[in-house]
Design a protein around this ligand. Structure first.
Ligand SMILES: Cc1cc2nc3c(=O)[nH]c(=O)nc-3n(C[C@H](O)[C@H](O)[C@H](O)COP(=O)(O)O)c2cc1C
Length: 651
């Protein structure tokens, strides 16, 4: 497919963009003490170099009443002017337009209350039930001035434009939304009243910055909060915003802070592009102004189609460009096979929410100074390396080492790549997990790595390769459930999933019982598979909650699916015995025992133990061995891949 529209220029306001690719606003956690850092600049410079036409920064605070976490850069005074100027220069010199996102978080303190939030009203939001002190009418002009002065400051710093953040339940959306705005003054009530704050802020920004400066806005498409902004109201708001005659583009996003929070960042369980039809509908209300379509747009083909069919004028990507900064250049050059495809796992967002700098589980060079166009640098000395295991850790080590020029042989006990991730990819909604290992395998093969599929490595076989070094990535195994009687009829979840995926048996009329001591996304994908194959599913966990290792954004979806599937969830409970079709469980605090009848399958996802037996044999044979991934210590996929990356450099 040719991507003629995707790579065609477009005029936005008084500026031209080289193509239709926009990196939409993304908090990176790379700001520090409310200031710009070198890594924050490096992150954006890499994406500018990678071919993106326009980058919208993360939310930056326009007024001292908007604080939030100190990772968010403040732009309401001159303190950051130097950093902002360096940032703009670093992006704009690559022919990319840098747009500052003007934000005020209002009552929405995503990282906990650290100030006295101000909002349109005192109504609590629907996620944490944070309340706020309502802004007095005579305080509002000062906040509006904050938007204008911040925008003018960004213009002086060399930015090409600004985007007012009016979506996601932050301050502008708090004024717009009937679910929040219960004011009785001129900033509430009717559509005109609720849009007044937004309209004043937009007009003030334009007046402060003049015509030669891009002014855009991101607006709610569908808040999914009771009494909030639905698509019809979103259309009315979009029309009102566009009619002001001060905007150069609009962008839409769905979800506020509430039970539908996960619609901000639809994860891999959503179909691709779930909200594009809604954005296309809203585009019709924008009076011909360019509109950015976004939300799980997963491929160049999808982007081209969206543009060609008129769903949007530009395509917005966040996660896909986190995963691969060079996506535009690689796409334009027809190098799709070199793209590290985003899996839409939301790991990146989870890291930010946990207060850490941004990480992508599969992009170890993220925000490094040489991320753009990154290729593994050639090794000084060519070595012979054996990698044992073709899971995510082993494959990462294999492809990077081979691309550095080492002679790499990979032993894989299974017939295909991915290890545990290949089993996870069999689960409902989790097929995209497979793309990571496919990328690694492709790159390793291209670089000349030799694969010995289906061959369990022995010390003899490995030493016969006469390796200078061995990287052991042989993974982990589930431990026996701690409270369950030895010998009970139970099977580890990976085995159960592999068996079920291969089986043509009709659904069982019995009950599947799953012990969840893992709490990662794969377990809940497995629950869905069990629900397809058994009449009833009971999910046990000795913890007080489920999905502790699923980021909050995706956890909303997990909870929704568990509820819709009618899963019998029993927390603080673990299995202790099985007799035939009866499983006995115990409440971990009270010790009270209960039973589950008609059990056809008892399966467990438990803390894992390393599978490192080969290390001792190889050490005896005098071969230097490096352990990585689960085989070193069972952790998550990010740790596995980052271990593999490091090991390839340590050869
Ligand atoms: C880590 C992360 C941080 C984000 N921060 C912001 C933000 O500061 N402002 C904003 O408007 N949207 C933010 N978003 C939402 C994105 O702009 C975008 O609407 C959403 O990710 C859907 O696009 P995608 O499917 O291409 O990722 C963030 C998304 C991610 C993944």
């Amino acid at each position: 497919m040719a991507f003629d529209t995707l790579f065609s220029p477009i005029t936005v306001g008084a500026r031209e963009l080289r193509n239709r690719i926009v990196h939409v606003a993304t908090v990176t956690g790379l700001g520090k003490d409310r200031a710009v850092t070198d890594r924050l600049i490096a992150y954006h410079a890499a994406r500018a170099q990678g071919g993106t036409a326009m980058i919208v920064t993360e939310l930056m605070n326009v007024h001292p009443t908007s604080t939030g976490a100190p990772i968010l850069v403040s732009i309401h005074d001159e303190a950051n002017l130097g950093g902002l100027s360096r940032w703009a220069e670093a992006v704009e010199r690559h022919g990319c337009r840098l747009i500052g996102q003007l934000g005020h978080i209002g009552r929405q303190q995503l990282w906990g209350l650290d100030s006295v939030p101000r909002s349109a009203s005192s109504q609590p939001e629907a996620l944490y039930w944070n309340s706020a002190r309502p802004l007095a009418e005579d305080e509002i002009p000062g906040i509006v001035a904050g938007y204008a002065e911040s925008a003018e400051r960004l213009k002086r710093a060399g930015f090409s434009g600004v985007e007012l953040h009016g979506a996601h339940g932050y301050l502008i959306a708090q004024f717009l939304s009937p679910a929040c705005n219960d004011r009785t003054d001129g900033y509430g009530g009717s559509l005109e009243g609720r849009t007044r704050f937004m309209r004043e802020a937009m007009a003030a920004v334009r007046a402060a910055c003049g015509e030669d400066f891009i002014v855009g806005i991101k607006l709610p498409a569908d808040e999914r909060v009771p009494g909030g902004i639905d698509p019809d109201e979103a259309e009315r708001i979009a029309r009102a915003a566009a009619a002001e005659g001060v905007l150069d583009y609009l962008s839409f996003s769905q979800g506020a802070f509430g039970p539908a929070f996960d619609t901000h960042l639809p994860d891999m369980h959503y179909p691709p592009r779930p909200f594009l039809p809604l954005h296309a509908r809203l585009r019709a209300a924008c009076g011909g102004l360019p509109v950015i379509g976004l939300g799980r747009i997963e491929s160049a083909e999808a982007a081209e189609t969206a543009l060609a069919e008129g769903a949007c004028d530009m395509v917005g990507f966040s996660r896909l460009l986190i995963s691969d900064a060079d996506w535009p250049r690689k796409t334009e050059a027809g190098r799709a096979g070199d793209i590290r495809a985003c899996t839409f796992c939301n790991y990146c967002w989870g890291e930010i929410h946990a207060g850490k700098p941004i990480r992508c589980f599969q992009n170890p060079v993220l925000a490094s100074a040489d991320e753009a166009g990154w290729r593994p640098p050639p090794a000084v000395e060519r070595k012979r390396a054996v990698v044992v295991g073709a899971g995510l850790a082993g494959l990462e080590a294999a492809w990077v080492a081979a691309a550095r020029g080492h002679a790499v042989t990979v032993f894989s006990a299974s017939a295909g790549p991915g290890g545990a991730s290949s089993i996870e990819a069999l689960l409902p909604g989790r097929a995209e997990v497979a793309t990571t290992a496919e990328f690694q395998k492709r790159k390793a093969a291209e670089a000349g790595a030799a694969f010995r599929w289906g061959e369990t490595a022995t010390a003899e076989a490995v030493t016969a390769c006469e390796p200078d070094a061995v990287i052991l990535a042989s993974g982990s195994r589930m431990r026996w459930p701690p409270a369950l009687a030895e010998g009970a009829d139970a099977v580890d979840l990976r085995r159960a999933v592999a068996d079920l995926a291969e089986s043509d048996d009709p659904p069982s009329p019995g009950t599947a019982v799953l012990l969840d001591m893992d709490q990662t996304p794969a377990v809940y994908g497995a629950v869905e598979l069990l629900a397809q194959r058994f009449a009833r599913v009971v999910l046990l966990t000795p913890a007080a909650e489920n999905a502790r290792f699923v980021n909050l954004m995706s956890r909303m979806g997990v909870e929704r699916r568990l509820a819709l599937l009618g899963i019998d969830v029993r927390r603080l409970t673990e299995p202790v015995a099985r007799a035939g079709e009866r499983v006995t469980c115990r409440h971990v605090i009270t010790g009270v025992e209960t039973t589950i009848e008609d059990v056809a399958l008892l399966t467990y996802a438990t803390p894992r133990a390393v599978r490192d037996e080969l290390a001792g044999d190889l050490a005896e044979a005098g071969v230097p061995v490096t352990l990585i991934g689960d085989c070193l210590l069972p952790r998550d996929a990010a740790s596995a891949i980052h271990d593999g990356h490091r090991a390839a450099f340590a050869l």
